[in-house]
Design a protein around this ligand. Structure first.
Ligand code: BES
Ligand code: ZN
Length: 638
């Protein structure tokens, strides 16, 4: 068996995209809900980059390979001849559990049996393979839900989540964000279910013979594999604007359209900031069942979101602003490997807050930055101050990049960009962003792309450029561990109000001034800042203060999941037994890791056995990723 190694450009991939690169993918997929399988036939066009004709090494983790063939098309592209190829599945990797068991395809059969065709390859530099695959229960990028796990409880449901390196658990692929390809996808599913792909719908019809809904999608903008996305279920659609709409399970569409009504505005503000149009044409949102482990995922043309965003008051629309921003920072200009994940997320948080500042006022930007900074500090403490994952640009070695998932790339990245923005001025910064998007769209980059545009502008426009460039100190920002030593000033009037009220509770003031009256009207972010202050000072909170908080603010009755989970963290710390039924209900109806991870971790601290008993009963409600992270905590023991 040939020895293979991690790719130097992206150590999370075994594929040899430096020798041969995937350009176009056509997939014909169907689902078997009884067996919980996705079955597909893919035709992939590759371009050969090396002088020799290489083996094709693809990432793979979980699917069964049915066949691999070499495709010869006749001149008119009408007829195909298929030559079976030999392949191996490499299972002897040190890191096989996290990075998978790559597929190595040899072209020897072509060389031996049709040497003419083989010789042509060195000139044409392109080749086409046809691969048939079936997913298995080990495919962690795809989740099948039983009908009981859906909103109407009538039909089963399926969705995928490929970021960071789960595309390889759907089908064999060069699973690196360095590689961008265009896609055409044909989906077939029995009526009345809908099967969507993250692309633009080109054709849709009911095949009378099979009673299947057939839909053809296209993604003409080259995308990295982590943006491949499928979903199937009983879905309904509502329009928000000419180009925006919402897909939900049947019964939720109206509420969702209202909750996400600002999508169009967000897009327009982003277009203005970047001075670059929304290139993806259509923007749809998809509300998933609650087991979806993230708040949102910027799949092309189809942002996936958790149903927890349906708070009834648009209070979590920042997530929509975030995902929309990704269609420039992330989906057009893409991080080239997971070490540079902050180039996606830090820039996107920066944009998210710019959009919220335009839509909700500058005060909100600062408040979000404060809430974000609180989350950053909490995460760094959880990871350990000395953890590699507290670096803005960490080394994942052979680990799954998802294992290092935290707010570090988001918030440290954001703070770095704000620091630069303050240094060179808002207008200059914006100009850099605009040039950066224009220059690097459709490409995959590391941080040097932005650095180059930034330094170009500094040299061209600013006085004493060398001094400014030195002051930026990239190495420190990229590789410093722990809490950032540079502190931005995010002071805010609303923060002071929140902290004042929290102090009043801590000091058990009878008269909590006028602030208490306005609590109900506070934006969620102010309430979060308030709760954060309490969590920071939890050692000062006794039973009586907890009672006061509960009676006067009724936090358990808040509808917003962000507020709820923070309240439960406090309740668990204070061992408030009467909240346990609410916490159970919360954990049974939320799958977003951001909430369930800290709540479980706090519950484990409080009462390991009680938490374990509940988790064992309910864990299959969760996505494999969330289940693995929480299980890991239990496995560490009491
Ligand atoms: N792209 C991410 C989600 C993601 C990251 C999935 C890494 C898998 C691996 C998405 O854009 C995101 O950042 N979501 C956040 C939204 C928040 C920052 C507003 C989330 O889900 O919490
Ligand atoms: Zn993001």
């Amino acid at each position: 068996m040939s020895k293979i190694t991690q790719n130097k450009e992206d150590i999370s991939s075994y594929s040899n995209f430096d020798e041969i690169i995937q350009k176009e993918v056509f997939i014909d997929v169907s689902l078997d809900f009884d067996k919980k399988q996705m079955l597909g036939t893919m035709e992939v066009k590759y371009e050969i980059l090396s002088s020799e004709i290489p083996n094709v090494i693809l990432d793979l983790k979980g699917p069964e390979i049915v066949s691999v063939e070499y495709v010869i098309k006749n001149e008119k592209n009408e007829e195909k001849t298929m030559i079976p190829l030999t392949y191996e599945i490499y299972s002897e990797n040190v890191y096989k559990d996290s990075l998978g068991t790559p597929l190595i395809i040899s072209l020897d059969n072509v060389k031996k049996n049709i040497p003419d065709e083989y010789n042509k390859l060195s000139k044409s530099k392109t080749l086409m393979l046809c691969i048939k695959f079936i997913t298995t229960e080990n495919c962690t990028g795809i989740q099948f839900l039983t009908k009981e796990q859906t909103y109407t409880k009538k039909y089963p449901f399926m969705f995928t989540q490929c970021e960071a390196i789960q595309c390889r658990s759907l089908f064999p692929v060069q699973d690196s964000p360095s590689v961008k390809s265009i896609y055409k996808v044909k989906t077939s599913i029995p009526s009345p279910l809908t099967f969507l792909f993250g692309g633009i719908k080109k054709e849709s019809y009911l095949d009378n013979k099979s009673n299947q809904n057939v839909t053809i999608f296209e993604q003409k903008i080259p995308i990295p594999s982590y943006l491949v996305a499928f979903v199937a279920g009983e879905l309904e659609y509502g329009k928000i604007s000419e180009r925006c709409g919402v897909w939900t399970e049947v019964g939720l569409c109206k509420i969702a359209c209202n909750e996400f009504k600002d999508a169009e505005k967000y897009i327009q503000i982003a277009e203005e900031y970047f001075n670059h149009p929304y290139e993806w044409e259509i923007y749809n949102l998809l509300v998933l069942p609650f087991s979806f482990p993230y708040g949102g995922m910027e799949n092309p043309n189809l942002t996936f979101v958790t149903p927890a965003l349906l708070a009834g008051d648009c209070s979590m629309s920042n997530v929509i602003g975030h995902e929309i921003s990704h269609y420039w920072t992330g989906n057009l200009v893409t991080n080239k490997n997971w070490k540079n994940f902050w180039v996606n997320e830090g820039f996107t948080i920066f944009m998210e807050r710019k959009l919220d500042s335009a839509l909700l006022g500058e005060e909100m930007e600062n408040l979000e930055a404060i809430v974000g900074n609180n989350e950053l500090i909490a995460d760094i403490k959880l990871l350990g101050l000395d953890s590699e994952y507290t670096k803005l640009s960490p080394d994942f070695g052979g680990n799954d990049p998802d294992d290092g998932f935290s707010t570090v790339p988001y918030e440290k990245g954001y703070q770095f960009l704000i620091f630069i923005e303050k240094l060179i001025g808002k207008d200059n910064f914006r100009e850099v962003m605009q040039k950066y998007i224009k220059k690097y769209r459709y490409k995959s980059v590391d941080h040097t792309a932005f650095k180059e545009v930034l330094e170009g502008l500094i040299n061209e426009k600013l006085k004493d450029p060398k001094k400014i460039i030195d002051e930026i100190n990239w190495d420190k920002w990229l590789y410093e561990k722990g809490i950032p030593s540079y502190k931005n000033d995010f002071s805010s009037k609303l923060l002071k109000e929140a902290e004042k009220l929290a102090e009043d509770f801590l000091q058990e003031k009878e008269d909590k001034s006028s602030v208490l009256k306005v609590f109900k009207e506070w934006h969620t972010n102010v309430k979060l800042a308030f709760l954060n202050y309490l969590l920071d000072n939890k050692n000062k909170i006794d039973e009586k203060i907890m009672k006061n908080l509960k009676n006067e603010l009724n936090l358990a009755e808040e509808y917003n999941s962000e507020i709820k989970y923070m309240w439960y963290l406090l309740a668990l710390d204070k061992k408030v037994e009467e909240e346990i039924p609410n916490i159970k209900k919360f954990l049974e109806t939320h799958g977003r890791l951001k909430y369930v991870r800290p709540v479980y971790f706090a519950w484990i601290e409080k009462d390991y056995n009680q938490a374990k008993e509940f988790f064992d009963k309910t864990k299959y409600l969760y996505h494999a990723f969330a289940r693995r992270i929480i299980q890991g905590k239990f496995d560490k023991g009491k």
